[in-house]
Design a protein around this ligand. Sequence first.
Ligand code: PHE
Length: 341
Amino acid sequence: MKAQVESLRTAALGALAELETLKELEEFRVRYLGKKGEVTALLRGMGAVPAEERPAMGQLINQLRSELESALEAKETALSSLQKAAQLKAETLDVTMPGKAQTTGGLHPLNIVLADLIDIFQSMGFDVVDGPEVETDHYCFEALNVPKDHPARDMQDTFYLGENLLLRTQTSAAQIRTMEQRKPPIRIICPGRVFRADEVDATHSPVFHQVEGLVVDKNITMCDLKGVLEQFAHEIYGPDTKVRFRPSFFPFTEPSVEVDVSCSACGGTGCRVCKGNGWIEILGAGMVHPNVLAGCGIDPEVYSGFAFGIGLDRLTTTRYKISDIRLLFENDQRFLEQFNG
Ligand code: PHE
């Protein structure tokens, strides 16, 4: 029996030295030290050993068991650190490799200028409202006092979608929608796209952008209009900018004006941006016509108001010295990238 123990030891330690994986190690544990393992089998065979030899034999087998256990433990430690090292090697990151730059998007120049504009008017107490791009004749023309035979209503100028349905030609439609919904005091701006049947060229596009403004309250005068527009021009173009009103005509304002600002590129002496005349026209405005107020249920004897319509595209092209309005709509990334960074 002693010889049996000895040969088991040799076999087991030999097999252990050969093991390469933790899985094999587990198989080894079952085979030698498990309940049905070979060491246990030796203990079971003790019955055949003469009684006086049993204690010595038992001791020998137990010694073998603990020897194998500690050898197994040592092997386990060695194998798992080998495995960890292999894993670390496989997962190594080369931190010196060049990174992949993430390109980020940015705001369109029209939106940059619009955001500034909204800031300026909000700081003067204006709300921002929205209006539909598909409008009815009523909101775009009729309620704005535009006569039936006015050329703006012509098919040549307006995109009609039906008898009464059209793509709005001006954000002024928002004046009516607002006055129908709110009672004075009213102070709103309404930015948005407008549509006209224009041929495309460097200064015209069938889609462009306006920002409508409307103020209605008691005792509103043209001085208030001028004050608000001057404040706006100074913030957009700088504090030295001059503002000039020229008499004009719009069916829904009386009196009506066209508003120019001194050219920020040349300071008013004349250059390419202002086409040599020192001034740039940026908006139309006027005092809201009494017919328009009355049509919306606001008593023109009690209330007065002013309205303006800013050309956002013009504001953007002059601010950034963009020579062709088409650049704003073509979305060439090489052009757009210049506005962010
Ligand atoms: N709606 C006018 C236009 O498109 C501009 C305007 C707005 C004029 C408000 C007066 C008041 O030309």
